[in-house]
Write a protein that binds this ligand. Sequence first.
Ligand SMILES: [Zn+2]
Ligand SMILES: [Zn+2]
Ligand SMILES: [Zn+2]
Length: 506
Amino acid sequence: MSTGTVIDLKDKILIAIAGPEPPFELEGEYFNYSKADNDGKRRILKEQAKVVTTTMTNDEYLLDERKKFLEKIQKSELLRNENWTNERFMDGDAETTNSKFLAMKYFLARFNTAKQVSKALSQDKPNKNRREESDSELQPYVNQYKPPNRRILITENITFNELDQIPVYCDITKELDELVIPERLAFDYIDCNFVNKEKEKKLVDAINMSKERKNQIKCECAKKKLMCHKNVNYPCYRMNKAMQKIRHKGNTTAPCEFQSLGPNTLSHARNIFFDNCGFACSDECACEGNCDNNSLLIPLRHLFPLEIFQSDKDIGFSVRSPVFIPAGTPVMEFTGEIVERATLYGLSEELADEHAAYSIQWNYHDDWQFHKFFNSLNFTDEYKELLARLYKKKFYIDPTNIGNVGRMIAHSCCPNLEVLRVYRKSLSPAHVSLIMVTIEDVYPGTPFSFDYGAGYKVSKDTYLTTVCKCRLFSCQGNGSNDTFKTLDTHSMAVIIRRLHQMRRTT
Ligand SMILES: [Zn+2]
Ligand SMILES: [Zn+2]
Ligand SMILES: [Zn+2]
């Protein structure tokens, strides 16, 4: 798929910027599914659903998946040549550093306002009288999901695309006639972001202008694959480095590097989203994105096998992988429609609430730094003016009707993924991608999660953090252990290390 390919989906004319994979090649049953409304989609899914049983134990299943995964890597010239062995990253010193980072992140997730955070941080001291938690107390937080041997397979492939097969299971009920297909499972699957040409005319202008030579960012000199991250003369790598410097004042910690195969580490638990922004090679570059400067390389290749499952009525759907994924790996992209705030809130009140609940707002007032940044570049004046106008607005990625697996990832107060921004080809709001990067080693079967943010509300005056049902270590919501809610960051770091040790041996 090349820049600005237009696809026709459900009578909407959409424009997709990113590649190189097609958003989906319309295959087999996809047309019928795509044409159907929400009820129709749910009917199709319900008709597909069947009971499946396995005689394999969970361990046998994981071993089998690992074998298939390693064979897949052997077939990939790029991954084989890089000797990417998928070994754990959180070991030794790295584990100590990472546990501190995670502890601080969980600590901050308890508070909804900046004022609360500074007050709490000033009171954060190691508690010398704290008793040691036993392994049995920590066991509930190991959090690796072992499904039953008899499950309902709702669909073998929610993407309807051979490139990227993601099955959906229901483990709540054992009987087909009790199966309810939730409305939120019925959506159109897409692998890259898109813009609706009718709704976002200014973004379409930006896309057209970005094709002018001066406004494009791509490497033309790459002869050898994989070199882009080692050559400061390559425009994409230079841009990647420059964008890493767009940070809050006073933040002197190392920024995320945004490499293809990582580790892409994070060192500072505050302002993660806005202090870590990168640029990646794309199919427009001579390397075609098959290099070490493309943090979308793994997500675009769908390297990790994924499974969507429903095991808990309160949490809804979750996503997990049967293979191990080291910390600092971009696992997937969060895709959907790039919309301006006014478009989102121009919907009826009920629809706007629903769309807002699924969407990620990815630019804020802090973007004056971003203004300064693109103004310093060699873009045409016309393009710079348009970007200045666009970045005064707030943009969202809205996956409600059309999106990918990213929308199925549950919230957690102790998440294992972080969402980060990466640009490709140019810098307009239409060129952004949200990548989901593991912030700790993720052991096979562990549900993925990310923090929906301190400001996320479930109703007009209720913050999600106060009613969260993730029930993980240190969760602030109901039903979790009070001891863990109040721990200082030092004690939490110790417990996090023990939890990781327990996961390794489980
Ligand atoms: Zn490259
Ligand atoms: Zn490049
Ligand atoms: Zn929680």
